[in-house]
Design a protein around this ligand. Structure first.
Ligand SMILES: Nc1ncnc2c1ncn2[C@@H]1O[C@H](COP(=O)(O)OP(=O)(O)OP(=O)(O)O)[C@@H](O)[C@H]1O
Ligand SMILES: O=P(O)(O)OC[C@H]1O[C@H](OP(=O)(O)OP(=O)(O)O)[C@H](O)[C@@H]1O
Ligand SMILES: [Mg+2]
Length: 296
């Protein structure tokens, strides 16, 4: 099974680090420019441009692909569910949570375009012509779409276009170019895409489970502590944990009081408050550790 992965750009490093954390270490090879093996002999990697990955998966050059939803939408769309997928469609298997951005319609701040209908008969420049035409159909506006391959933000200032459809995340690029958002076109993040014919393959399910376990571990911590057996109920009230904490008998303390070891998964943002509450109910030797993967 082959996974297409961005070869450069902002998605390259986070994708390799996800594969690593999921246990799919990518082997260093001389020709890593194009293909690489992983520690799993059944899984190999194809490096490609983020924009080309949807096409590589459709064509069968790869079985799975990791790229932005914006790229998949531009290359022919993604149905809402696997059951609606035709054989040329991509199935959106999993939101991997990074590369979050928006495609927006934007126009010069001080211009006369303030709603999308002002663009009737106008021109929109974009790197996403298919998504833009779909959007125009949806809102019922008739505008020309010009395709550019970069520096889209400049086009309204050199009379090439009245507005643009482009990626934004912090909004800095739009601001610097004195452009204001007129409408949201598409919310995007990086997804794991598959061809419909591989969705039920056990290997694909194994990859999905591995990625899910990394996502589930994100933002959670593993707490370990000792507590007096007599106060276990109070400790449990403080840490509801994932399906309840694990409790093990340990040796009694010097005074002969029964002790237990308590282990639990907690949300990272609860750790700070939880620790003082645990101390208050008699817990000691509290350890907080990171979780690499969590299979729920
Ligand atoms: N500013 C951003 N914030 C978050 N995600 C972004 C941002 N810009 C792009 N992305 C996401 O990353 C994907 C790829 O963009 P990136 O800039 O890494 O590649 P690229 O511009 O195609 O690189 P190159 O042209 O060097 O191959 C986009 O399709 C989008 O999903
Ligand atoms: O809202 P912001 O945080 O400013 O991000 C938006 C910018 O990020 C992307 O460009 P990128 O940095 O990938 O450069 P590129 O045009 O060379 O791809 C995108 O094309 C926008 O220009
Ligand atoms: Mg870019």
């Amino acid at each position: 099974m082959r996974i297409a992965v961005p070869n450069k750009g902002r998605l390259h490093e986070p994708t390799l680090s996800l594969l690593e954390r999921a246990g799919l270490h990518v082997e260093e090879t001389a020709d890593r420019q194009l293909y690489a093996d992983t520690v799993d002999p059944d899984v190999s990697i194809l490096f490609a441009r983020a924009a080309d990955i949807p096409e590589y998966v459709r064509d069968g050059a790869a079985d799975l692909g990791i790229t932005g939803l914006d790229q998949a939408a531009e290359s022919g769309g993604v149905p809402d569910s696997a059951s609606e997928a035709g054989e040329d469609d991509l199935v959106d298997l999993l939101d991997l949570g990074y590369g979050s951005c928006k495609l927006v319609l934007a126009a010069p701040e001080d211009g006369d375009i303030s709603v999308v209908s002002d663009l009737d008969g106008g021109t929109i420049a974009t790197e996403f012509p298919a998504v833009t035409r779909d959007y125009l159909d949806r809102v019922g506006v008739d505008a020309d779409v010009v395709t550019v391959t970069g520096a889209t933000e400049l086009t309204p200032h050199v009379d090439m276009a009245d507005a643009i459809v482009d990626i934004t995340s912090t909004g800095t690029t739009l601001k610097v170019n004195r452009l204001a958002v007129i409408d949201d076109v598409l919310d995007s993040s990086v997804r794991l895409f598959a061809r419909p014919d591989v969705v039920d393959d056990p290997k694909v399910e194994q990859v999905v489970t591995a990625f899910e376990s990394v996502l589930a571990a994100d933002g959670r911590r593993y707490l370990m502590m000792n507590a007096p057996k007599a106060r276990l109920d109070e400790v449990k009230d403080v840490i509801p944990g994932l399906g309840g904490p694990t409790v093990m008998d340990v040796e009694a303390d010097e005074e002969g009081n029964g002790m237990v070891a308590v282990h639990a998964v907690v949300e990272e943002h609860d750790v700070f408050a939880t620790i003082s509450e645990l101390k208050a109910v008699g817990a000691s030797g509290i350890l907080v550790t990171e979780i690499e993967r969590l299979i729920e």
